[in-house]
Write a protein that binds this ligand. Structure first.
Ligand SMILES: [Fe+2]
Length: 333
């Protein structure tokens, strides 16, 4: 029997890989480490909620696996605590660093993938992001959601249907986006409401509005998450996108984006939010091109089409509402 623990004890270990600080440990050392993991997991044996028990036990097992695989040093553990402390200190009503951390680690997107399984031709979901605000102004079909936000005007139109192809009348469509500078209204200190609105589809499921042509923008990167991105050579940029959330009775609420083709960040979006099916045609129109609703625009403008297919509700409406409520942790007040 070997004095060295076999690879199976730490399955993620990659001997010889300089990125993992794997070193040989004795059988006795491995046994001590495993005994601690068992003891910690067993400490949750009496958890009344089966779901909480499952979650906390998995958290303990995976955290210990990380510590053991990397042979985490006390200095590194201390640095991790300091990092999380900084995330907490910079978080307030207008800044949510833990969601940013979840986003840049792909955890937000993985959670969305798990909770929005593919359903026929239903439009794909993507990250909610930190900039949704409840109580957006209502606009009529064809209305302007920009409300003086700077940017090139963009006419967005489409039809909301179910997976059966039938139009969905009265669907609530929330739209929000960054301005041409790359900021959402809530990132300004003057309490403005701009580049966000909601509207309802007509009796044939149609909708249309004037918005702002999306541009790439960086996620807030002046805090610990930004430091993490810099230390790992990653860009804080998000591919240009417009946020859309669509809800209707009996249908699964869709939280998604529409992306601009050709954007340089489509293949390295900082939060892994890009889905090819959400990259739509944005067509630039020369200055003077007549607009769909006769609006006079001095310079060039854009138009995009985004047809939306909603999946049936999963289980009860309450579950959809719960899902949104969970994500309201993102919203800024
Ligand atoms: Fe965004």
């Amino acid at each position: 029997m070997s004095d060295h623990y076999p690879e199976t004890i730490v399955p993620e270990a990659r001997p010889g890989d300089p990125n993992t600080a794997v070193r040989e440990i004795s059988t006795e050392q491995a046994a001590r480490e495993e005994a601690l993991v068992r003891e910690v997991v067993a400490s949750f044996d009496d958890t009344p909620s089966p779901r909480l028990k499952q979650l906390i036990e998995a958290l303990a097992r995976h955290l210990h696996a990380l510590v053991r695989e990397t042979r985490l040093t006390t200095e590194e553990w201390d640095a991790a605590i300091r990092f999380l402390t900084r995330c907490g200190h910079i978080t307030d009503d207008r800044r949510q660093e833990f969601i940013l951390l979840s986003d840049v680690l792909g955890v937000s997107m993985q959670t969305i993938a798990i909770n929005n399984e593919a359903h026929g031709n239903a439009t794909e979901a993507t990250v909610f992001g930190p900039f949704f605000v409840e109580g957006s102004p209502e606009i009529p079909i064809g209305g302007d959601m920009a409300n003086e936000a700077v940017g090139e005007p963009c006419w967005v139109e489409g039809v909301v249907t179910g997976t059966d192809g039938k139009p969905v009348a009265g669907a609530r469509i929330e739209v929000w986006g960054a301005d041409a500078v790359g900021f959402y209204d809530v990132q300004y200190s003057d309490n403005r409401t701009a580049a966000r609105a909601h509207l309802f589809s007509d009796d044939q499921g149609r909708y249309a509005f004037w918005g702002i042509t999306p541009v790439p923008y960086p996620i807030p990167h002046d805090g610990p998450v930004g430091d993490l991105l810099a230390a790992t050579g990653r860009s804080p940029m998000r591919a240009a996108h417009l946020h859309i959330m669509v809800s209707a009775d009996g249908l699964h609420t869709l939280v998604t984006h529409v992306f601009v083709p050709g954007d340089e960040y489509l293949d390295r979006d900082a939060v892994f939010g890009v889905k090819q099916s959400l990259v739509k045609d944005f067509a630039e129109q020369d200055a003077g091109t007549p607009t769909p609703d006769g609006r006079q625009i001095d310079g060039p403008w854009w138009r995009a089409r985004f047809d939306i297919v909603l999946a049936p509700a999963r289980g009860t409406k309450d579950e959809d509402v719960h899902w949104i409520a969970v994500h309201e942790g993102h919203r800024l007040t």
